[in-house]
Every structure is written in C-alpha cells, then in structure tokens.
Design a protein around this ligand. Sequence first.
Ligand SMILES: *[C@@H]1O[C@H](CO)[C@@H](O)[C@H](O)[C@H]1NC(C)=O
Length: 123
Amino acid sequence: MLLITSVLIFILSYCEANGNVIRPDQPSVVLTEGSSINLSCTFDGSAYSLHWYRQMPGSRPEFLLLIVKSTKTKVEASPPHPHMSISLHDNRVDLEISSAAVSDSALYYCALEPTVTGNTKTL
Ligand SMILES: *[C@@H]1O[C@H](CO)[C@@H](O)[C@H](O)[C@H]1NC(C)=O
C-alpha cells in the first residue's frame, strides 16, 4: 500500500492601513510531507515590515517570522521554527518551509506593517 501524507496550507493576507495592499500569490497549496515550498505574498505601498503568522484549528494566530524592509533585519518567534525562513524579493515576501510536516497544515497569514508617516493631527 502506498501512503502519501499531505500537508494542507491556506494563505490569507492582512493589512493594517489604507493604501497598502498585500495578497497571496496562491490561495492554497497541498504538498507531500517532507517536501519544501515557498509561500509568497506580493505587496504594494510603503511597508515598514512584513510578517508571517499561522493559525492552527482552534488556536490563536501564532507569530512565525518578520523582516524589516529597509534593513532586512529578521525577527524569529521564540521558540523559533528552524525549518522556516523569511526572505524579501522586491515587492514579494516569501516564507520557505523546508521538509514540511503534517503538523504544518494550517492557515498562514502574510501581513504588512505600514511605515508611519508623521503624527496624525485632528483639525
Ligand atoms: C524558495 O526561494 C528561495 C529564494 O528565491 C530559493 O533559494 C529556494 O530554493 C526556494 N525553495 C523552494 C522550495 O522552492
């Protein structure tokens, strides 16, 4: 008997302000256990940093990784996820999952933190 175990990934995006857009390049992926993948989101507008989260069924969203656009500084979750890495390519942010496990099946979110453009004043 041949048993192929699948890893199911759904991708959503989250953006905190008007004028900034971030969207997944593909809404969902199915991969076989042990394979690797890049989840990609493309963004427009002025981003300060790009984030990846994931949510397991019945749990709160969990922070995975972020990258600051200007400095390329990366921040990991604690404890970190050693089989995940984040990278930035122009207006695309990738989350690479290497040798995916069935337990990586989840809803993944890419998020954009906009740049702050001065103080907001009420007229
Ligand atoms: C993900 O993207 C990086 C950088 O573009 C590349 O080096 C890597 O091979 C890609 N991984 C997969 C699984 O496609």
